[in-house]
Write a protein that binds this ligand. Structure first.
Ligand SMILES: Nc1nc2c(ncn2[C@@H]2O[C@H](COP(=O)(O)OP(=O)(O)OP(=O)(O)O)[C@@H](O)[C@H]2O)c(=O)[nH]1
Ligand SMILES: [Zn+2]
Length: 312
């Protein structure tokens, strides 16, 4: 008996699909980069809205120039961004967060601290990059921030991306070798300058992504994955957002990421103390004795108020 011809809508066998990395995306369209370096435009079959830059996906071959993303491989990590309205996914499979700040434009410490919280919550280590060490204006606050970060156990790498580019490249590639680094920072801190040092092809690649995704005037997408074969890693660039999204945090997530607060919790009268307004709170007592930085406590207070209470 003759077999019925296969219809185009049939789900293909896994052998008919190929794997690639989602390296950029806009709306329902994505760029999938194959191991060979070839880039394809792809869309997610079935409008699922679940594909994230960094994902490894399986696709079926292009029809009229557009491939179809059939499935997503399990992710090792997933990070979020947020705008005024909601929390959205930002990037998958990053294994290090690099948070860039500089003395000018004036940096907001809360941006750094939120990014650290998000990285800890997302289960990835973080490093902070203090850029523009050549600047004298604002240097004192930038140095004080580096001291505070080190005192709470964070790693800070100091560079001058435009003043001493070779040294900056050397320090950063040593820290980033073999890793997929998600780079975040407020506007103007020097992220693009650093990206161009680490991945010289990045600018050209961004133009290529923008053209293939037909972005028009909007030149960049929410996150872009740039492979860096020279140091066996990759940089995920995240242009144009001011706030690192915090997905739903629990009080224990916050405390795990804030050792300067957490080391005072042992003497609290109530085991489920939130360290906000409870009587007999040893965190508040430490704050009053000057053992906790008031700015760090104010940050703790703001994020803890939004968090889930500890389980009772
Ligand atoms: N003095 C000094 N200036 C720097 C350094 N690194 C970057 N800059 C300058 O800071 C400005 C902002 O740098 P960008 O790399 O565009 O910053 P960005 O973080 O990518 O900013 P957005 O594109 O707005 O997100 C530029 O004028 C750079 O030349 C540095 O190490 N020292
Ligand atoms: Zn307490």
């Amino acid at each position: 008996m003759k077999k019925a011809p296969r219809r185009k809508t049939e789900i293909p066998e896994p052998s008919e699909t190929f794997a690639g990395r989602v390296t950029a995306g806009h709306g329902r369209h994505f760029i999938v980069t194959l191991e060979s370096g070839e880039k394809l435009v792809a869309h997610r079959r079935g409008k699922k809205g679940d594909v994230v830059v960094g994902d490894i996906v399986r696709c079926t071959p292009p029809v009229s120039g557009v491939a179809a993303i059939e499935s997503i491989e399990p992710r090792s990590t997933l990070l979020y961004r947020s705008d005024e309205w909601r929390v959205k996914t930002l990037a998958a499979n990053a294994d290090l967060a690099a948070i860039v700040y500089a003395p000018r434009p004036t940096f907001n410490p809360w941006f750094i601290w939120k990014a650290l919280l998000a990285a800890h919550q997302g289960g990835i280590p973080a490093v902070v990059i203090r850029n523009k060490t050549d600047m004298t204006e604002g240097a004192e606050a930038a140095e004080a921030q580096a001291r505070l970060l080190r005192s709470i156990g964070e790693e800070v790498i100091e560079v001058s991306a435009s003043g001493a580019p070779d040294e900056a490249r050397e320090k950063l590639t040593e820290a980033f070798a073999g890793k997929t680094v998600l780079m975040v920072g407020q506007s103007g801190m020097g992220k693009s300058t650093i990206l161009n040092l680490l991945v010289p092809e990045a600018q050209a690649e961004t133009r290529e992504y923008s053209e293939a995704l037909d972005l028009g005037k909007q030149t960049t997408t929410a996150a872009e994955w740039h492979p860096a074969p020279e140091w066996q890693g990759a940089v995920i660039d995240t242009p144009g957002f001011q706030e690192f999204g915090l997905a739903h945090l629990s009080l224990s997530d916050i405390l795990r990421a804030m050792p300067d607060i957490a080391r005072h919790v042992d003497g609290c009268r109530f085991f489920n103390c939130r360290h906000l307004h409870e009587p007999g709170c040893s965190v508040k007592a430490a704050l009053e004795r000057g053992e906790i930085d008031p700015a760090r406590y104010a940050f703790y207070e703001a994020v803890a108020k939004e968090a889930d209470p500890l389980p009772r």
